[in-house]
Design a protein around this ligand. Structure first.
Ligand SMILES: Nc1ncnc2c1ncn2[C@@H]1O[C@H](COP(=O)(O)OP(=O)(O)O)[C@@H](O)[C@H]1O
Ligand SMILES: [Mg+2]
Length: 285
């Protein structure tokens, strides 16, 4: 793969991969609502659906994509034409039918995909990536390429063990050394305890640091907003969940900006493709 063609994209993008063990933990809900909360705060935000099996991002926003990233890879359409408009200026990259083919791109396809992202007229400040549950190969690629990983956990013990296994698969040697932990369906103080338990479980086994970033309460307004095809931060901004997402977006603004060498969206895609390598250890989820 020739990276020379990506050098035209100077602005680094903050890439936040939303991960977590087990379906139903709330990854898509977090990705959509966090992206919307950041867009509401004026950030140029892109939301990439990295869970092709479920392709839930579009459904959560009542979008009906005809094509997705898989079609861009297959050369059936260009990237600009698959982008969809979400609320508050949010730009959505739908998954398409079979994004797992990211693992088997030819050199020419890789170059094409990277060029597609570098040629985009719009350059996001933030790219939020929704990922599939566990540590399958496409998810690993997205996560290894991201600057920040937000692990969404519920409070139950089995979920803590599954997330410990997930972090073990993604962290340590050649992986991430820092994970952000968001506890879903919890209040802030219970969330802090859950995050502390997860940190104790994990840090004893893997050389990683876990940082608690807050909790999202169990809030029926999330489902009501989803039924309207809207993020809860837009539909019910003053609901408990809406307020929690606004707090989370403000907290994320205080994270260190991505270093310049990480580059823009095209560089992220380049890292996704490059990171296709054998796993060092297996997740048990
Ligand atoms: N904090 C919450 N309060 C109430 N409902 C929630 C909350 N978080 C997620 N949900 C709902 O739970 C369901 C599963 O969430 P989802 O984001 O699809 O999980 P995942 O992507 O991890 O499989 C969805 O219907 C979502 O709207
Ligand atoms: Mg999902």
């Amino acid at each position: 793969m020739n990276s020379a063609q990506t050098t035209a994209n100077p602005e680094p993008v903050q890439v936040i991969a939303v991960a977590g063990a087990g379906n139903g933990s709330g990854r898509t809900s977090v990705a959509v609502n966090l992206a919307a909360a950041l867009a509401n705060r004026g950030h140029r935000t892109m939301l990439l659906d990295g869970d092709p099996a479920l392709a839930d991002v579009a459904a959560a926003l009542d979008l009906h994509p005809r094509y997705g990233l898989a079609d861009v890879i297959a050369g059936r359409c260009d990237l600009a034409s698959i982008l969809l408009d979400g609320p508050s200026g949010l730009r959505v990259v739908p998954a398409g039918a079979n994004q797992s083919r990211l693992t088997a791109l030819s050199a020419a396809q890789s170059r094409g995909l990277i060029a597609a992202f570098s040629d985009l007229d719009e350059t996001p400040d933030v790219l939020v990536v929704d990922t599939a549950a566990g540590a399958g190969s496409a998810t690993r690629q997205f996560i290894q390429a991201a600057g920040e990983v937000l692990v969404v956990v519920g409070g139950e013990s089995p979920a803590l063990h599954q997330n410990r296994d997930l972090i073990r698969a993604l962290g340590g040697r050649a992986g991430h050394t820092r994970f952000r932990v968001l506890v879903n369906r919890s209040d802030d103080s219970c969330g802090a305890e859950v995050a502390e338990r997860l940190a104790r479980l994990t840090e004893a086994e893997v050389e990683v640091a876990l940082h608690y970033v807050g909790a999202i309460p169990d809030d029926p307004q999330i489902e009501r907003a989803r039924a309207l095809g809207l993020p809860v931060v837009n539909a019910f901004a003053h609901s408990p969940a809406g307020r929690a997402y606004k707090r989370l977006a403000r907290r994320i603004e205080s994270w260190a900006p991505p270093p310049r060498h990480r580059g823009g969206a095209a560089f992220f895609i380049e890292r996704v493709i490059r990171s296709h390598q054998p796993m060092q250890c297996q997740a048990s989820t």
